[in-house]
Design a protein around this ligand. Sequence first.
Ligand code: SAH
Length: 205
Amino acid sequence: MRLKHLERELSGLEGFEKPSPHREQYTTPPDIAARLLYHAYTRGDIGGKRICDLGSGTGILAIGAALLGASSVTGVEVDAGAIAVASRNAAKMGVSPCFIQGDLEDPDLFLRIGPHDTVVMNPPFGAQNPHADRAFVNAAIGIAPVAYGIFNEGSLPFLAGFIEGRAEIEGVIQAVLALKRTFAFHRKERKEIPVEIIIMRRIDS
Ligand code: SAH
């Protein structure tokens, strides 16, 4: 499947019914989701691999990974309503990721998730809930040797320090998230947020 084809497939998915600002629920735009996944795919980290999508929301990254030929896909999400939408989206696309309901702040969740080959994630940026992304980064390093995540532009120094001794930054891709107005406190109809797709590799791998 080509990049543009993947983007087109992902652009037909349903988004959050009632997005929660506290959980920073917004759907990754299809162009950025496809870019992250396709990049991982060309590096050999998707096809035939066990993929875990942390904070899978309405499922765009999990479903895209399945469409690109992952051997299995697990989505982990705290919000049961989002899992219901993700399951509908997956059925519509003819793929069947396994969605697990759980909170990444809960250390026991790791045992339920088990080891994977690759993590993909769009963690909360911590705008509403400072450091919300730390649990995601810890989980990512814990369950897979390589992780692809979307972070706010400028997160790199913090992230590099946070993972020091455990993982290394293997690549950074600049991108722009074009978000439609999601929450009442958003003043503009469309907002462009510069982001970085960051690749982290566990040191022991
Ligand atoms: N992966 C989706 C959603 C990104 S929004 C996409 O790319 O479109 C971030 C998601 O993380 C939301 O669905 C939110 O409910 C979930 N989330 C936030 N904190 C979480 C936590 N502690 N444990 C599990 N999921 C969490």
